[in-house]
Structure formats: C-alpha cells, structure tokens
Write a new protein. Structure first.
Length: 223
C-alpha cells in the first residue's frame, strides 16, 4: 500500500441512505467533511511528477499551498446521495463558498464550516459518496478532475496566468463547462465549433493511461 490510496467514504456513512432506499424512501441527504480527499488530490493531481498530475490545475496548487495554513483555499465533503437537479442527478459539485445571508444565519453557516474544517474555504467540492463508493478508479479520478476544472484562473491574451497585485497569487474564478449543448440541436443544425472540438477530443484516445490511474489510486505498489 502507498500513501496514494484513493479515498473512500467512511464505512457506515451510507448505511442510512441504503436503508432508506431499500424501504422505498427518498434518502435524507447527509453531508460530512472530507479533508482526506484534498490530501489525496494534492499528492496525485497537484504535485508535479505525481501519477495524475494535471498542469491545468497549477493555479489551484499555488493557491492551496499558499492559503491553506491560515484560511483554506479548497476542501471537500461527502454527500450520502446524489443531488437532484430537475431531471438529472448531480454526482459532484464545485462551489465558491458564499453565504447569501447576514446576521445569525451567516454566523451559523460560518460556524458549521469552522466546526467541519476549522475555516471557511474559498471553494468546496462535494462528492456523491454513493457513487464514489462503487465507482471505478477511472470514474472517480475523472469526477474529481472534472470538479477541479471548475476552479479556473484568469489569463491574459498570451495565456499567462494573471496574478493579484496585492497577494501575488493567481486570480481564480468559478468557471462553467467548455460545452453546453442539446443533442437535438446538433442533430438538426449541426455542431458548432465547440461541439466539434469536443467530438474530436472524444474520438482520440484518453490522455491518462490506466496504469497511471492505478498508480494514482494506490492499486499498484510503487517501489
Ligand atoms: Zn461540472
């Protein structure tokens, strides 16, 4: 075993949700902090030379290393069931933490963050534990990498990261998906440039080989 073993939701965390489902009930969603996921993300996706290192996340790495001590830039939580969003089920969510309330409401929400993590993070990624428990390593890594992609960075015309004059740290922002489209629109009207680009990428072999996924998830002992 290595320190790269992929994080799993705690044993028993899903018991209630499973019991509810078996009784035909909609499970009441429970949430718990999952700082261990950030530790694993740092060792796999964010560290240069690590198995699943993604240079697209360089700014996250800089911010996590610089801000973690006192405040916390990013952290994770497990949810016991997917979030229902109209007609779809959401397996992961990346949010820029903001309290749309004041007074005691805000104080209560900040207190929860403090009790969970010791600080209010700038970004919080929540993962559906019921999916992650049985997902393949590849599915799990793809979900985490996807959520990290929502934390973007401002870039200049040359593609260079823009940093803050005050802190010297990258200027980050929550970003949306590269492509949002309906199958029917593409069927009827053809693909636009973004959809074509996505189709081209989807038709090439994935960049991350299975061996690296195994290494990143601790399935292979590294000597
Ligand atoms: Zn997304």
């Amino acid at each position: 075993m290595t320190d790269l073993v992929r994080p799993f939701p705690p044993v028993n965390f899903l018991d209630q949700a499973k019991a509810d489902l078996e009784s035909g009930l909609d499970p009441a969603v429970e949430l718990i902090p999952a700082p261990e996921v950030l530790s694993w993300v740092k060792r796999t996706f964010l560290k240069i030379g690590s198995p699943l290192y993604n240079p697209e996340h360089e700014h996250i790495s800089l911010l996590v290393e610089s801000i973690e001590e006192d405040k916390g830039f990013l952290t994770f939580a497990w949810a016991s069931a997917p979030a229902k969003n109209k007609n779809s089920l959401v397996l992961g969510q990346c949010e820029r933490v903001a309290f749309r309330a004041g007074g005691w409401q805000k104080a209560r929400q900040e207190q929860q963050m403090r009790e969970w993590f010791g600080f209010t993070p700038t970004y919080l990624i929540t993962l559906d534990a019921s999916f992650c428990e049985t997902a393949t390593d590849r599915e799990f890594c793809a979900l985490v990498d996807h959520e990290l992609c929502h934390i973007g960075v401002e870039r200049d015309e040359d593609g260079e990261m823009i940093t803050s004059n005050v802190t010297g740290l990258p200027k980050h922002r929550l970003v949306n998906h590269d492509v949002e489209e309906f199958f029917d629109t593409v069927r009827r009207w053809g693909a636009n440039s973004d959809t074509k680009r996505l189709a081209n990428i989807a038709n090439t072999a994935p960049f991350v080989p299975d061996t690296e996924v195994e290494r990143g998830c601790g399935a292979v002992v590294i000597k």
